[in-house]
Design a protein around this ligand. Structure first.
Ligand SMILES: [Ca+2]
Length: 277
């Protein structure tokens, strides 16, 4: 990892690069998948991880350096991308006796990411950098919409910001109309719970108007609950596919897809169709 070391000379200062930073990432990743069969499929993924070190980006500037001492021990802390828990669920099911109606859902959850609490009024180490971490403790903002009771462990990235949750649903219906052509009608609902997912707040105690205020939605503008619905043409799936049990006939599903005679075999899951528009 490359670091920028600042060097001061009379009336000026400049930086040189050093390969002195490091970062460790440890994780346990688990997933359980139910392949598409008996009209439904699903997947659960979970990650328990920890990321910690003295550097994150190739151009990190060490703001804890004092004179020629990098003070990397003080820079040691959680990475900004250190989200301890990440959980994702998704599933899809076909509704029997509806001629191709299906429901699917996706849920994502992430625990909060770290950020630093500091006071730019105070330069504790007198190195000219105004981001010396505030002491460990519990902090609350005073402005409207600010976080309350934030536990700060002290040091770089000692606090944890808001977590993230989003649930999306889709209800659809599709049917083969001619040859390889199929039509699909669907209704998507994004952010079903209308959850406001925020980026980390500012951590500068000197600025009470913004300190711990949640005012930036994740992903830029973020978005509230919204829905879209429209028909579209879709290229139909091949008439045969091989499942875990091999290629089998299914007259009921074949009729739903407009497949006749001996070609009544499991079509591929609809999510694999290639859209024409
Ligand atoms: Ca300082």
């Amino acid at each position: 990892m490359i670091y920028l070391r600042s060097i001061s000379i009379p009336l000026s200062r400049y930086s040189t690069r050093e390969n002195t930073g490091s970062n460790d990432y440890d994780a346990l990743n688990l997933s359980l998948e139910k392949r598409y069969a008996n009209r439904w499929s699903g997947r659960v993924s979970y990650s328990l991880s920890k990321s910690r070190g003295t550097a994150e980006n190739q151009a990190d500037k060490n703001t804890f350096q004092k004179l020629t001492d990098l003070n990397l021990d003080e820079f040691e802390g959680p990475s900004s991308v250190d989200r301890r828990h990440v959980l994702a669920l998704n599933g899809r099911a076909e509704i029997p006796k509806t001629g191709g109606a299906n429901l699917s859902a996706t849920m994502r959850y992430m625990s909060g990411a770290p950020f630093s609490i500091f006071n730019s009024n105070i330069d504790v180490d007198q190195n000219g950098e105004l981001n010396d971490p505030s002491p460990a403790g519990t902090y609350s903002g005073t402005a409207p919409d600010s976080m309350q009771g934030v536990q700060n462990d002290g040091g770089r990235n000692g606090a944890v910001g808001p977590d993230y949750f989003q649930l999306d649903l889709r209800a659809g219906w599709r049917r083969r109309i001619r040859g390889e052509q199929a039509i699909e009608l669907f209704l998507d609902i994004f952010n079903v719970t209308n959850r406001a997912n925020f980026d980390n707040p500012a951590g500068d105690e000197r600025l009470p108007a913004t300190f711990l205020v949640l005012n930036s939605l994740r992903g830029g503008g973020g978005f509230p609950r919204q829905a879209q619905s429209r028909p579209r043409d879709a290229r139909a799936a091949p008439r045969t596919t091989r499942t875990a049990r091999g290629s089998r006939t299914n007259p009921a599903l074949g009729r739903a897809w407009g497949i006749s005679g001996t070609d009544r075999k499991f079509p591929q899951p609809m999510s694999t169709c290639i859209l024409c528009s």
